[in-house]
Write a protein that binds this ligand. Sequence first.
Ligand SMILES: Nc1ncnc2c1ncn2[C@@H]1O[C@H](COP(=O)(O)OP(=O)(O)OP(=O)(O)O)[C@@H](O)[C@H]1O
Ligand SMILES: [Mg+2]
Length: 389
Amino acid sequence: MVMTCFSCFFGEQGDSSARRTREIDGVLSVLQNVKLYSYKELRIATENFSPANKVGQGGFGFVYKAKLKDGTVAAIKVLSAESKQGVQEFLTEINVIANIQHDNLVKLYGCCVEESHRILVYGYLENNSLAQIFLGHSSIQFGWHTRRRICIDVARGLAFLHEEVQPHIIHRDIKASNVLLDKDLRAKISDFGLAKLIPGSMTHISTRVAGTAGYLAPEYAIRGQVTRKADIYSFGVLLLEIVSGRSNTNRRLPEKDQYLLERAWYLYERGGLAELVDSSLNDDLNLDEACKFIKIALLCTQDMPKIRPTMSTVVEMLSGDKDVNDMTVSKPGLLSEFMGLKGGGDEKDKVNTKYSSDAVFVDSGKTSSSGMDTSIATMTFNSIYDRSN
Ligand SMILES: Nc1ncnc2c1ncn2[C@@H]1O[C@H](COP(=O)(O)OP(=O)(O)OP(=O)(O)O)[C@@H](O)[C@H]1O
Ligand SMILES: [Mg+2]
């Protein structure tokens, strides 16, 4: 059902307003399960976007906790003002996202598109993001059973996006802060659909890179090839973080320990994976299972995308329905090596990389991939919020 507040679109008067209304009419007729909120309603729900209600800030803008007029508690993501995307395109995308529903995906209730405002309204998750595991000042105890369940929850959510949604969705920014936890510490993936949606027939063409350094598969960061396998790589990095209780990169550690994936591979080759498991885990730790999870993470991050398992296979492996004992793992793809940061890099693969906060922007120039252009990576809402059809 389309629930609408028509007046919220009338930011302008005259001909352009009439044309815009006709355009919006077209989109509204296809909207399903999307609630449209007025700016005023969201302003009231957040007590005038009060800093006290601010729960976070990301690359897109601020996130507020809000109490909607029907009593529902929501998370309101106010997209930054640079968003120039038209109402029509915006609503079309929102419609797609709002109709993707799964226990392990954060629910999008609707949005506000009044005048230049672009605000997303999501279900609120009480226990913040998974990133808190690594920050060490959380009061929550993330024991092994909780972590194990979180890993499987995330894998299920991603398998759903990859294998059940048609056309499938590549998340493109799987990372700890995009995994949110509800009151029972069940995990849900957030921000899916904010990246490009790829039709099933186009399996490895991308126009832009949108992701976070440390989680990026080399083939995606360097050549802009976005496939489900790039998400699976990021999932592998996340899995390592959950089992080890540390973030993928920590420059304060001795050099040999700074990059988690490199360290995992080093220990795997020497039969010492147990060393990577979070030392704060004790009571309910199942060390064999934790080491198995690290091995699965290494399978997900193998250099060659083709041999990384699919997410449904990963779910089977994590939940014990598929044995990984006899599987051989090949060397992970390490962006630092590709980039020549650690020596041994090939000139032709050198790219111009800029870091801005924790997002990586790779300008691979104009290269051709299966006859289509890849171009400069940007991270504005507009740029990664388009859909390729
Ligand atoms: N649905 C939600 N419920 C509760 N808290 C949320 C919700 N969505 C976001 N947050 C909080 O807001 C923070 C910022 O989220 P946001 O997605 O804007 O940024 P990010 O994930 O940290 O980075 P990026 O912009 O790169 O995705 C999250 O880390 C989380 O703490
Ligand atoms: Mg996020």
